[in-house]
Design a protein around this ligand. Sequence first.
Ligand code: BGC
Length: 256
Amino acid sequence: MNKEVLGIDIGGSGVKGAVIDLKKGTLVTERVRIPTPTPHSPQTLLDGIQTIIDGFGWKGVIGCGFPGVIRSQTIETAANIGGKKFIGINLAEEIGIKTGLEAWIVNDADAAGVAELRYGAGRGCRGVVLMLTVGTGIGSSMFIDGTLVPNLEFGHLKMRDKNTGRNVAAERLCSDAARKSHDLQWKQWALRFNKYLQYIQFLCRPDLIIIGGGVASKSDKFLKYIEVDSDVVVAKLENRAGMIGAAYEASKYLKV
Ligand code: BGC
């Protein structure tokens, strides 16, 4: 049997889990999704994680993607999931206390990028590769010759909101959630997103940009409007990338 880890992907609206085959980067079980427990708090989240673990009867290592900056396994930001209550929490330790299982925590976009570079659209790619996950927020991860530069927060670059004249986090204007809540046509959204990509390109000139998250399955609606001087491709692992990458990262740091 190949090595397996339970991959969990925590998002603002759903928590997803599946057992991952690390050699193939595939799901061994079905993907389970529960709504992110509310009110958002470390306690309700830990209950949700426990529910997923129990559903699989899992007894091994857990890799967990979280939508915020993670350093030394501790949450430093949590913009789209409850904010302050999560700051300073060592989530790996808390999962250990709650479940008795060893866990490893990684930023959700870093996890998705790791998975795409190892098993998906960026497989074997060298140079500077940028992965963007465009969903509730915008996550970003960057790789230099395959090595991750962790906790890059390009979703929080400031952009001008034309309607209010204020500078706001880019993800408030260009995420998939923003597209829906501002009721934008795909073309309108794509032109905004293109400006954002051009801004990023000006800052760091990636060789390749991989676009994942909710919009990835709709690439026919927006890719034609994207004009940047990098190769742009759509992620391959769809909504599995976060779980797969988190599982893989856990296997690097914990004994599987
Ligand atoms: C967070 C990032 C996260 C992204 C996608 C942003 O608001 O700051 O850490 O990767 O959302 O979930």
